[in-house]
Design a protein around this ligand. Structure first.
Ligand code: ACO
Length: 334
């Protein structure tokens, strides 16, 4: 028994933040941001808008895209780095606000690889016959955790949410099928991407943590160095396992961390740059929301045809990495 994607919904906050606006606030420039990251604009949530607010709208839209009602969903898996609260998880609140039954709802914490980890969890729920239809969401409000003094992270990250509906099916060749996933981690490098305070290692209590300790911090260059090989090796190992010839991959949907990483990833996989889906220019790095937002963008642009082979791969804090292979279903993202 396997699962297939039957719906996709997304949401981006209305507030568009341009490179020029950031150049007014930080010692940076449109030229630096465009050439070093490929980003021109990103969206940031309004004050008071939390991750669950974005997730609920994306979830509603995914249900609409799948032609389902709230009663049809058996579980919610939500990937986020920016939960509404450290405790409890955000997924139960999202499930409740979507009007779902009192079903399983839990968060996945795998930073930028989160959506593919959540996809693997949803796929596993269906394979184990615990659920027939799972709502898998990636939602982030990084603007709420960015250090106002750190120009590097401020120019990179954006807010957004994407959700897919996974449903049980019986035929492996069904369009939308998840044909395999590959997950990995290396916790020895946890310090490269982190929010130091607010957990049991360093409490949020005043005195235990400085203001800076509560913000997201990333050692960009060190992360950059391994992003391509981690994603590329994971993708190659998955392709080998499921028996897809590299040339048969129609689209590489990589985590939108940096346009230079996406191009280098295509080179590493020995595939033309044209096969890489890129929307980081308009949304920035949206972490766990990145892959579904890129899928929707490519679908709206008419790039994805039913049956196309899609290789998704991501890399992020943890360190974590993940890849998944699907064929594109006959759906219209909302
Ligand atoms: N504007 C102008 N200059 C800047 C900016 C900025 N916004 N940010 C950094 N610089 C400067 C640095 O201070 C440095 O100056 P120096 O040479 O005088 O010391 C110079 O630019 C080069 O800095 P680097 O950090 O070496 O810049 P790099 O080319 O590596 O680009 C970036 C930085 C964009 C962060 C890049 O390293 C990157 O994309 N890293 C990967 C990010 C990633 O993949 N993250 C994984 C997922 S994210 C997650 O899991 C949450």
């Amino acid at each position: 028994m396997a699962s297939a994607v039957i719906g996709l919904g997304t949401y981006l906050p209305l507030r568009r933040v341009t490179n020029e606006e950031l150049a007014d606030r930080f010692d940076t420039s449109d030229e630096w941001i465009s050439t070093r990251t490929g980003i021109h604009t990103r969206r940031w949530a309004d004050t008071g808008q939390a991750t669950s607010d974005l997730a609920v709208t994306a979830g509603e839209r995914a249900l609409k895209s799948a032609g389902l009602t709230p009663d049809d969903i058996d579980a919610v898996v939500l990937a986020t780095t920016t939960p509404d609260h450290p405790c409890p998880a955000t997924a139960p609140a999202v499930a409740s606000r979507l009007g779902l039954r009192t079903i399983a709802a839990y968060d996945i914490s795998a930073v930028c690889s989160g959506f593919l980890y959540a996809l693997a969890a949803g796929h596993g729920q269906i394979a184990a016959k615990n659920a027939q239809r799972v709502l898998v969401i990636g939602a982030e409000t990084y603007s709420t955790i960015l250090n106002p003094a750190d120009r590097t992270t401020n120019v990179i990250f954006g807010d957004g949410a994407g959700a897919i509906v996974l449903a049980e099916h019986t035929r492996k060749d069904q369009e939308g099928s998840i044909l395999g996933v590959d997950l990995g981690s290396d916790g020895s490098q946890q310090d490269l991407i982190r929010i130091p305070a607010g957990g049991s290692r360093q409490r949020a209590t005043p005195g235990d943590a400085t203001e800076e300790d509560h913000y997201f911090a990333m050692q960009g260059k060190a992360v950059f160095r391994q992003a391509v090989t981690r994603m590329g090796d994971s993708a190659n190992s998955l392709l080998q396992r499921i028996g897809w010839d590299k040339d048969s991959v129609n689209h590489i949907v990589g985590h939108q961390a940096n346009v230079r990483i996406l191009k280098a990833l295509a080179d590493y996989l020995e595939l033309p740059h044209e096969r890489a889906v890129i929307n980081i220019d308009r949304v920035g790095n949206t972490s766990a929301a990145s892959i579904p937002l890129a899928l929707a963008d490519a679908a709206h642009a008419g790039r994805l045809k039913p049956g196309d082979r899609i290789l998704m791969t991501a890399f992020g804090g943890g360190l974590t990495w993940a890849s998944a292979a699907i064929t594109w279903p006959s759906i219209t993202p909302v």
